[in-house]
Design a protein around this ligand. Structure first.
Ligand code: DUC
Ligand code: ZN
Ligand code: ZN
Length: 464
Protein backbone atom coordinates (compact mmCIF):
# COMPACT_ATOMS: atom_id res chain seq x y z
CA UNK A 1 0.00 0.00 0.00
CA UNK A 2 1.23 3.49 -0.75
CA UNK A 3 1.46 6.36 1.71
CA UNK A 4 1.02 10.04 0.87
CA UNK A 5 2.60 12.76 2.98
CA UNK A 6 0.53 15.79 2.09
CA UNK A 7 0.60 19.52 2.73
CA UNK A 8 4.18 19.82 3.99
CA UNK A 9 7.10 21.98 2.86
CA UNK A 10 9.23 19.45 1.01
CA UNK A 11 12.80 20.57 1.58
CA UNK A 12 15.98 19.18 0.05
CA UNK A 13 19.38 20.77 -0.46
CA UNK A 14 18.15 21.86 -3.89
CA UNK A 15 15.06 23.80 -2.75
CA UNK A 16 11.75 23.89 -0.92
CA UNK A 17 8.19 23.69 -2.17
CA UNK A 18 4.75 22.88 -0.85
CA UNK A 19 4.14 19.41 -2.21
CA UNK A 20 3.10 15.89 -1.41
CA UNK A 21 5.40 12.86 -1.31
CA UNK A 22 4.14 9.39 -2.19
CA UNK A 23 6.00 6.20 -1.38
CA UNK A 24 5.40 2.49 -1.59
CA UNK A 25 7.55 -0.60 -1.28
CA UNK A 26 10.08 1.41 0.71
CA UNK A 27 10.83 3.83 -2.13
CA UNK A 28 9.61 7.27 -3.07
CA UNK A 29 7.45 7.10 -6.20
CA UNK A 30 6.18 10.66 -6.78
CA UNK A 31 6.59 14.19 -5.51
CA UNK A 32 4.33 17.03 -6.53
CA UNK A 33 0.79 18.22 -6.50
CA UNK A 34 -0.73 14.85 -5.61
CA UNK A 35 -4.08 13.83 -4.16
CA UNK A 36 -4.78 10.76 -2.10
CA UNK A 37 -5.87 7.62 -3.90
CA UNK A 38 -8.57 5.25 -2.81
CA UNK A 39 -7.24 3.12 0.07
CA UNK A 40 -4.04 5.14 0.41
CA UNK A 41 -2.84 6.21 3.86
CA UNK A 42 -2.62 10.00 3.92
CA UNK A 43 -0.50 11.71 6.56
CA UNK A 44 -1.24 15.40 7.04
CA UNK A 45 2.05 17.33 7.20
CA UNK A 46 0.58 20.84 7.08
CA UNK A 47 2.80 23.38 8.81
CA UNK A 48 5.73 20.92 8.85
CA UNK A 49 8.96 20.48 6.95
CA UNK A 50 9.29 17.20 5.07
CA UNK A 51 12.99 16.33 4.95
CA UNK A 52 15.22 13.49 3.81
CA UNK A 53 16.28 11.33 6.75
CA UNK A 54 19.38 12.56 8.51
CA UNK A 55 22.76 10.94 7.92
CA UNK A 56 25.10 10.79 10.90
CA UNK A 57 28.67 10.85 9.61
CA UNK A 58 30.46 10.17 12.87
CA UNK A 59 29.62 7.81 15.71
CA UNK A 60 31.50 5.37 17.91
CA UNK A 61 29.05 2.71 19.04
CA UNK A 62 30.23 -0.24 21.13
CA UNK A 63 33.80 1.06 20.99
CA UNK A 64 36.39 -0.25 23.41
CA UNK A 65 38.53 2.72 24.48
CA UNK A 66 40.49 3.92 27.51
CA UNK A 67 40.04 0.55 29.25
CA UNK A 68 36.26 0.65 29.00
CA UNK A 69 33.52 0.51 26.36
CA UNK A 70 31.16 3.23 25.19
CA UNK A 71 27.84 3.41 27.01
CA UNK A 72 25.91 3.14 23.74
CA UNK A 73 25.99 0.13 21.49
CA UNK A 74 24.26 -0.25 18.14
CA UNK A 75 20.88 -1.00 19.73
CA UNK A 76 20.70 2.03 22.02
CA UNK A 77 22.67 4.43 19.84
CA UNK A 78 20.60 3.89 16.73
CA UNK A 79 17.26 4.01 18.62
CA UNK A 80 18.38 7.38 19.90
CA UNK A 81 19.40 8.44 16.39
CA UNK A 82 16.09 7.37 14.88
CA UNK A 83 13.88 9.28 17.29
CA UNK A 84 16.01 12.33 16.50
CA UNK A 85 15.42 11.99 12.74
CA UNK A 86 18.64 10.26 11.74
CA UNK A 87 17.89 7.24 9.57
CA UNK A 88 21.44 6.38 8.50
CA UNK A 89 24.42 6.10 10.82
CA UNK A 90 28.00 5.86 9.56
CA UNK A 91 29.96 4.40 12.45
CA UNK A 92 33.72 4.08 12.87
CA UNK A 93 34.53 0.39 12.69
CA UNK A 94 37.93 0.16 14.31
CA UNK A 95 40.84 -2.12 13.51
CA UNK A 96 42.88 -2.78 16.64
CA UNK A 97 46.57 -3.70 16.75
CA UNK A 98 47.10 -7.27 15.64
CA UNK A 99 44.01 -7.36 13.43
CA UNK A 100 43.85 -7.17 9.66
CA UNK A 101 41.57 -4.49 8.28
CA UNK A 102 38.98 -7.10 7.30
CA UNK A 103 39.08 -8.63 10.79
CA UNK A 104 38.34 -5.23 12.29
CA UNK A 105 35.51 -4.72 9.83
CA UNK A 106 34.00 -8.17 10.49
CA UNK A 107 34.05 -7.51 14.23
CA UNK A 108 32.05 -4.34 13.65
CA UNK A 109 29.55 -6.16 11.44
CA UNK A 110 28.99 -8.57 14.34
CA UNK A 111 28.33 -5.67 16.71
CA UNK A 112 25.81 -3.97 14.39
CA UNK A 113 24.07 -6.87 12.62
CA UNK A 114 20.56 -7.41 13.93
CA UNK A 115 20.99 -4.69 16.56
CA UNK A 116 21.04 -1.43 14.61
CA UNK A 117 17.58 -0.05 13.91
CA UNK A 118 18.74 2.63 11.46
CA UNK A 119 20.42 1.76 8.21
CA UNK A 120 24.15 1.89 8.71
CA UNK A 121 27.48 1.93 6.98
CA UNK A 122 31.03 2.03 8.23
CA UNK A 123 34.21 3.98 7.98
CA UNK A 124 37.24 1.92 8.96
CA UNK A 125 39.51 3.52 11.56
CA UNK A 126 43.05 2.18 11.40
CA UNK A 127 44.89 2.41 14.72
CA UNK A 128 48.25 2.01 12.98
CA UNK A 129 49.66 1.92 9.48
CA UNK A 130 51.30 -1.23 8.14
CA UNK A 131 52.58 -1.59 4.55
CA UNK A 132 50.23 -4.54 3.91
CA UNK A 133 47.25 -2.27 4.58
CA UNK A 134 47.76 -0.74 1.15
CA UNK A 135 46.43 -3.98 -0.38
CA UNK A 136 43.98 -4.70 2.41
CA UNK A 137 42.28 -1.34 1.80
CA UNK A 138 41.20 -2.63 -1.61
CA UNK A 139 39.40 -5.56 0.03
CA UNK A 140 37.65 -3.22 2.42
CA UNK A 141 36.47 -1.05 -0.46
CA UNK A 142 35.17 -4.18 -2.22
CA UNK A 143 33.22 -4.91 0.97
CA UNK A 144 31.41 -1.56 0.72
CA UNK A 145 33.52 0.62 3.01
CA UNK A 146 35.10 3.46 1.06
CA UNK A 147 36.27 5.74 3.85
CA UNK A 148 39.00 5.22 6.42
CA UNK A 149 40.28 7.13 9.41
CA UNK A 150 43.76 7.84 10.70
CA UNK A 151 44.83 9.64 13.84
CA UNK A 152 47.52 12.32 13.95
CA UNK A 153 47.26 12.25 17.78
CA UNK A 154 47.41 9.56 20.50
CA UNK A 155 51.07 8.66 20.09
CA UNK A 156 51.06 5.64 22.37
CA UNK A 157 48.12 3.91 20.74
CA UNK A 158 47.01 5.19 17.34
CA UNK A 159 49.09 8.06 15.96
CA UNK A 160 50.60 7.72 12.49
CA UNK A 161 53.62 9.63 11.19
CA UNK A 162 53.84 11.81 8.11
CA UNK A 163 55.46 9.10 5.99
CA UNK A 164 52.62 6.76 6.93
CA UNK A 165 50.03 9.40 6.08
CA UNK A 166 51.69 9.73 2.69
CA UNK A 167 51.63 5.96 2.10
CA UNK A 168 48.01 5.65 3.22
CA UNK A 169 46.86 8.51 0.99
CA UNK A 170 48.72 7.07 -1.94
CA UNK A 171 46.95 3.73 -1.35
CA UNK A 172 43.58 5.45 -0.97
CA UNK A 173 43.85 7.06 -4.39
CA UNK A 174 44.63 3.65 -5.92
CA UNK A 175 41.66 1.89 -4.34
CA UNK A 176 39.13 4.72 -4.77
CA UNK A 177 38.68 5.61 -1.11
CA UNK A 178 38.89 8.65 1.10
CA UNK A 179 40.52 9.03 4.51
CA UNK A 180 39.22 11.14 7.38
CA UNK A 181 41.90 12.48 9.68
CA UNK A 182 41.88 13.36 13.34
CA UNK A 183 44.01 16.49 13.04
CA UNK A 184 45.95 17.32 16.18
CA UNK A 185 49.72 17.28 16.65
CA UNK A 186 50.05 14.29 18.99
CA UNK A 187 53.73 14.74 19.79
CA UNK A 188 53.31 18.27 21.10
CA UNK A 189 50.11 17.33 22.96
CA UNK A 190 52.08 14.65 24.77
CA UNK A 191 54.81 17.13 25.69
CA UNK A 192 52.27 19.64 27.03
CA UNK A 193 50.50 16.89 28.95
CA UNK A 194 53.73 15.73 30.59
CA UNK A 195 54.49 19.33 31.59
CA UNK A 196 51.09 19.88 33.20
CA UNK A 197 51.10 16.56 35.03
CA UNK A 198 54.63 17.25 36.31
CA UNK A 199 53.31 20.49 37.79
CA UNK A 200 50.62 18.50 39.57
CA UNK A 201 47.92 19.84 37.26
CA UNK A 202 45.72 16.75 37.08
CA UNK A 203 42.33 18.48 36.83
CA UNK A 204 39.97 18.21 33.86
CA UNK A 205 40.41 21.94 33.26
CA UNK A 206 43.87 21.18 31.84
CA UNK A 207 42.58 18.93 29.06
CA UNK A 208 42.02 21.97 26.79
CA UNK A 209 45.29 23.60 27.84
CA UNK A 210 47.23 20.71 26.35
CA UNK A 211 45.33 20.73 23.06
CA UNK A 212 45.40 24.33 21.75
CA UNK A 213 43.82 25.28 18.41
CA UNK A 214 47.27 25.86 16.87
CA UNK A 215 47.94 22.12 17.08
CA UNK A 216 44.80 21.36 15.09
CA UNK A 217 45.61 24.04 12.51
CA UNK A 218 49.17 22.79 12.14
CA UNK A 219 48.09 19.18 11.68
CA UNK A 220 45.43 20.11 9.12
CA UNK A 221 47.93 22.15 7.12
CA UNK A 222 50.54 19.39 7.22
CA UNK A 223 47.94 16.84 6.15
CA UNK A 224 46.75 18.88 3.18
CA UNK A 225 50.32 19.46 2.05
CA UNK A 226 51.00 15.73 2.09
CA UNK A 227 47.69 14.95 0.36
CA UNK A 228 48.42 17.45 -2.39
CA UNK A 229 51.54 15.47 -3.34
CA UNK A 230 49.36 12.58 -4.44
CA UNK A 231 46.24 14.63 -5.27
CA UNK A 232 44.30 12.60 -2.72
CA UNK A 233 40.75 13.15 -1.56
CA UNK A 234 40.72 13.45 2.20
CA UNK A 235 38.60 14.93 4.92
CA UNK A 236 39.06 16.46 8.32
CA UNK A 237 36.83 14.92 10.96
CA UNK A 238 35.47 17.01 13.85
CA UNK A 239 37.10 20.32 12.84
CA UNK A 240 36.79 22.60 15.85
CA UNK A 241 38.62 25.88 15.27
CA UNK A 242 38.30 28.96 13.07
CA UNK A 243 42.03 29.04 12.37
CA UNK A 244 41.90 25.46 11.07
CA UNK A 245 39.18 26.50 8.66
CA UNK A 246 41.45 29.32 7.45
CA UNK A 247 44.13 26.72 6.82
CA UNK A 248 41.60 24.67 4.84
CA UNK A 249 40.76 27.70 2.71
CA UNK A 250 44.44 28.19 1.92
CA UNK A 251 44.79 24.51 1.02
CA UNK A 252 41.78 24.72 -1.28
CA UNK A 253 43.30 27.70 -3.04
CA UNK A 254 46.25 25.43 -3.82
CA UNK A 255 43.81 22.86 -5.24
CA UNK A 256 43.60 20.54 -2.25
CA UNK A 257 40.66 18.10 -2.35
CA UNK A 258 39.81 18.52 1.31
CA UNK A 259 36.33 18.14 2.78
CA UNK A 260 35.37 19.23 6.30
CA UNK A 261 33.14 17.83 9.00
CA UNK A 262 32.33 19.69 12.20
CA UNK A 263 30.14 18.74 15.17
CA UNK A 264 27.31 20.40 17.12
CA UNK A 265 29.51 20.71 20.22
CA UNK A 266 31.97 22.94 18.35
CA UNK A 267 29.11 25.09 17.07
CA UNK A 268 27.26 25.41 20.37
CA UNK A 269 29.52 24.86 23.39
CA UNK A 270 32.68 26.77 24.32
CA UNK A 271 35.69 26.43 26.56
CA UNK A 272 34.26 28.50 29.40
CA UNK A 273 32.57 25.23 30.37
CA UNK A 274 35.98 23.99 31.59
CA UNK A 275 35.78 26.49 34.46
CA UNK A 276 38.98 27.67 36.10
CA UNK A 277 42.28 25.96 36.99
CA UNK A 278 41.43 23.37 39.61
CA UNK A 279 38.00 22.61 38.08
CA UNK A 280 37.54 18.87 37.99
CA UNK A 281 33.98 18.09 38.99
CA UNK A 282 31.88 15.80 36.85
CA UNK A 283 30.33 18.75 35.16
CA UNK A 284 33.74 19.58 33.70
CA UNK A 285 34.70 15.99 32.93
CA UNK A 286 31.68 15.66 30.63
CA UNK A 287 33.36 18.10 28.25
CA UNK A 288 36.58 16.11 28.00
CA UNK A 289 36.55 15.32 24.30
CA UNK A 290 39.15 15.70 21.60
CA UNK A 291 39.48 18.18 20.09
CA UNK A 292 38.34 20.14 23.15
CA UNK A 293 35.76 22.92 23.20
CA UNK A 294 37.18 26.19 21.93
CA UNK A 295 37.10 29.90 22.78
CA UNK A 296 33.76 31.56 21.89
CA UNK A 297 35.02 33.34 18.74
CA UNK A 298 35.44 29.97 17.04
CA UNK A 299 31.75 29.20 17.17
CA UNK A 300 30.67 32.01 14.86
CA UNK A 301 33.59 31.22 12.53
CA UNK A 302 32.30 27.67 12.20
CA UNK A 303 28.71 28.78 11.66
CA UNK A 304 29.94 31.10 8.91
CA UNK A 305 31.87 28.22 7.38
CA UNK A 306 28.80 26.04 7.48
CA UNK A 307 26.70 28.73 5.79
CA UNK A 308 29.19 29.65 3.07
CA UNK A 309 30.11 26.11 2.02
CA UNK A 310 33.54 25.78 3.64
CA UNK A 311 32.21 23.04 5.93
CA UNK A 312 30.40 20.20 4.21
CA UNK A 313 28.73 18.18 6.95
CA UNK A 314 27.89 17.93 10.62
CA UNK A 315 28.38 14.66 12.50
CA UNK A 316 28.19 14.34 16.26
CA UNK A 317 31.24 12.21 17.12
CA UNK A 318 28.82 10.44 19.48
CA UNK A 319 31.24 8.65 21.79
CA UNK A 320 29.35 8.23 25.03
CA UNK A 321 30.87 7.50 28.43
CA UNK A 322 28.95 7.72 31.69
CA UNK A 323 29.95 10.40 34.16
CA UNK A 324 29.34 7.90 36.96
CA UNK A 325 31.47 4.79 36.66
CA UNK A 326 33.48 5.84 33.61
CA UNK A 327 34.57 9.49 33.40
CA UNK A 328 34.74 9.77 37.20
CA UNK A 329 37.21 6.88 37.47
CA UNK A 330 40.22 8.58 35.88
CA UNK A 331 43.06 9.74 38.14
CA UNK A 332 43.95 12.72 35.94
CA UNK A 333 42.66 14.61 32.91
CA UNK A 334 44.77 12.57 30.48
CA UNK A 335 43.08 9.34 31.58
CA UNK A 336 39.46 10.52 31.24
CA UNK A 337 37.71 8.64 28.40
CA UNK A 338 37.33 11.17 25.57
CA UNK A 339 33.98 11.83 24.06
CA UNK A 340 30.41 13.09 24.39
CA UNK A 341 26.96 11.95 23.23
CA UNK A 342 24.94 13.81 20.60
CA UNK A 343 23.21 11.46 18.14
CA UNK A 344 19.63 12.18 19.16
CA UNK A 345 19.76 15.96 19.16
CA UNK A 346 21.77 16.65 16.01
CA UNK A 347 18.87 17.66 13.78
CA UNK A 348 16.99 19.57 16.48
CA UNK A 349 20.11 21.54 17.49
CA UNK A 350 21.03 22.37 13.90
CA UNK A 351 17.47 23.38 13.12
CA UNK A 352 17.15 25.55 16.22
CA UNK A 353 20.50 27.33 16.23
CA UNK A 354 20.97 27.18 12.48
CA UNK A 355 17.65 27.60 10.66
CA UNK A 356 15.47 29.13 13.34
CA UNK A 357 18.20 31.55 14.41
CA UNK A 358 18.77 32.37 10.72
CA UNK A 359 22.41 31.32 10.49
CA UNK A 360 21.72 28.83 7.70
CA UNK A 361 18.82 28.24 5.32
CA UNK A 362 16.56 25.21 5.56
CA UNK A 363 18.13 23.89 2.34
CA UNK A 364 21.64 24.25 3.77
CA UNK A 365 20.43 22.45 6.89
CA UNK A 366 19.50 19.49 4.70
CA UNK A 367 22.79 19.68 2.82
CA UNK A 368 24.94 19.53 5.96
CA UNK A 369 22.87 17.00 7.89
CA UNK A 370 22.07 14.63 5.04
CA UNK A 371 22.69 15.24 1.35
CA UNK A 372 26.39 16.11 1.37
CA UNK A 373 27.21 13.03 3.41
CA UNK A 374 25.22 10.85 1.00
CA UNK A 375 27.11 12.30 -1.94
CA UNK A 376 30.54 12.15 -0.34
CA UNK A 377 30.20 8.62 0.94
CA UNK A 378 28.64 7.26 -2.23
CA UNK A 379 25.07 6.73 -1.01
CA UNK A 380 23.35 9.34 -3.19
CA UNK A 381 20.58 9.37 -4.49
CA UNK A 382 19.41 6.31 -2.56
CA UNK A 383 19.96 8.37 0.60
CA UNK A 384 20.27 12.09 1.28
CA UNK A 385 17.45 13.34 -0.92
CA UNK A 386 13.85 12.70 -1.94
CA UNK A 387 13.63 11.75 -5.59
CA UNK A 388 11.54 9.07 -7.27
CA UNK A 389 13.53 5.90 -6.54
CA UNK A 390 15.17 7.19 -3.36
CA UNK A 391 14.63 5.21 -0.19
CA UNK A 392 11.60 6.53 1.66
CA UNK A 393 13.71 7.81 4.57
CA UNK A 394 11.71 10.86 5.54
CA UNK A 395 11.49 13.16 8.55
CA UNK A 396 8.45 15.30 9.30
CA UNK A 397 9.75 18.21 11.37
CA UNK A 398 7.20 20.38 13.14
CA UNK A 399 8.82 23.82 13.64
CA UNK A 400 6.12 24.98 16.09
CA UNK A 401 6.83 23.66 19.58
CA UNK A 402 9.51 25.00 21.89
CA UNK A 403 10.94 22.66 24.52
CA UNK A 404 13.86 22.25 26.86
CA UNK A 405 16.36 19.42 26.66
CA UNK A 406 16.31 17.06 29.62
CA UNK A 407 18.37 13.91 29.56
CA UNK A 408 15.45 12.02 31.11
CA UNK A 409 13.61 12.38 27.80
CA UNK A 410 16.39 11.01 25.60
CA UNK A 411 16.72 7.42 24.38
CA UNK A 412 20.46 6.76 24.64
CA UNK A 413 22.18 4.68 27.28
CA UNK A 414 24.44 7.29 28.83
CA UNK A 415 23.81 9.27 32.01
CA UNK A 416 23.95 12.85 30.73
CA UNK A 417 23.73 15.19 27.77
CA UNK A 418 25.99 18.20 27.26
CA UNK A 419 22.89 20.05 25.99
CA UNK A 420 20.90 19.76 29.24
CA UNK A 421 18.64 22.80 29.66
CA UNK A 422 19.03 24.03 26.07
CA UNK A 423 15.96 25.45 24.36
CA UNK A 424 14.94 23.66 21.18
CA UNK A 425 12.69 25.03 18.46
CA UNK A 426 10.52 22.43 16.77
CA UNK A 427 10.53 18.68 17.03
CA UNK A 428 10.91 15.54 14.99
CA UNK A 429 7.26 14.49 14.67
CA UNK A 430 7.39 11.48 12.35
CA UNK A 431 10.17 9.38 10.86
CA UNK A 432 9.94 6.86 8.04
CA UNK A 433 12.77 4.42 7.33
CA UNK A 434 12.43 2.76 3.93
CA UNK A 435 8.72 3.50 4.27
CA UNK A 436 8.33 2.01 7.76
CA UNK A 437 6.68 4.43 10.15
CA UNK A 438 9.31 4.16 12.89
CA UNK A 439 8.51 7.34 14.84
CA UNK A 440 4.92 8.59 15.17
CA UNK A 441 4.15 11.81 16.97
CA UNK A 442 7.60 11.67 18.55
CA UNK A 443 7.19 8.10 19.83
CA UNK A 444 9.39 5.22 18.67
CA UNK A 445 7.56 2.19 17.30
CA UNK A 446 8.00 -0.88 19.49
CA UNK A 447 8.38 -3.31 16.59
CA UNK A 448 11.46 -1.83 14.92
CA UNK A 449 12.99 -4.03 12.24
CA UNK A 450 16.78 -4.36 12.00
CA UNK A 451 18.47 -1.74 9.85
CA UNK A 452 20.26 -2.63 6.62
CA UNK A 453 24.00 -2.46 6.04
CA UNK A 454 24.75 0.06 3.30
CA UNK A 455 27.59 -0.47 0.88
CA UNK A 456 29.14 2.90 0.20
CA UNK A 457 30.25 3.83 -3.31
CA UNK A 458 33.22 5.85 -4.50
CA UNK A 459 33.67 9.11 -2.57
CA UNK A 460 32.62 12.22 -4.40
CA UNK A 461 34.21 15.41 -3.11
CA UNK A 462 32.29 17.66 -5.54
CA UNK A 463 30.16 19.00 -2.72
CA UNK A 464 29.86 22.39 -1.05
N1 DUC B 1 38.34 11.25 18.16
C1 DUC B 1 37.16 10.91 17.74
O1 DUC B 1 36.91 11.00 16.55
N2 DUC B 1 36.26 10.45 18.59
C2 DUC B 1 36.47 10.30 19.96
C3 DUC B 1 37.78 10.70 20.45
C4 DUC B 1 38.70 11.21 19.41
O2 DUC B 1 39.80 11.60 19.70
ZN1 ZN C 1 39.07 11.93 16.36
ZN1 ZN D 1 35.19 10.25 16.61
Amino acid sequence: MSVLLSGGMVTTAAGSRLAAVRFSGGRITDIGDLVGRLGEEVVDCSGCLVLPGGIETHSHLDLEAAGTVTADDFATGTRSALVGGTTTVLDFATQFHGETLMEGLERWHAKARGRAVTDYGFHLAMTQWLPEFADEMAEVVQAGVTSFKLYMAYRSSMMVGDDEIYAALQASTRVGATIGFHCENGLVIDALTREELARGHTWAFYHQRTRPTALEREAAGRLSTIAELVDAQHYIVHLSAGETLQEVRRARERGSKVVVETCPQYLLLDNRLYGTPGSDDLDVRQYVMSPPLRAPANLEALWAGLADGDIQFVGTDHCSFNLHGQKDQAKDFAAIPNGAPGLELRLALLYTYGVSDERISAERFVAVTSENAARYFGLYPRKGTMLPGSDADIVVYDPGPTWTVSHDDLHDNVDHTPYEGRTIQGRVRDVFLRGHHVVSDGVLADDLAPGEFLECGPPNSEIT
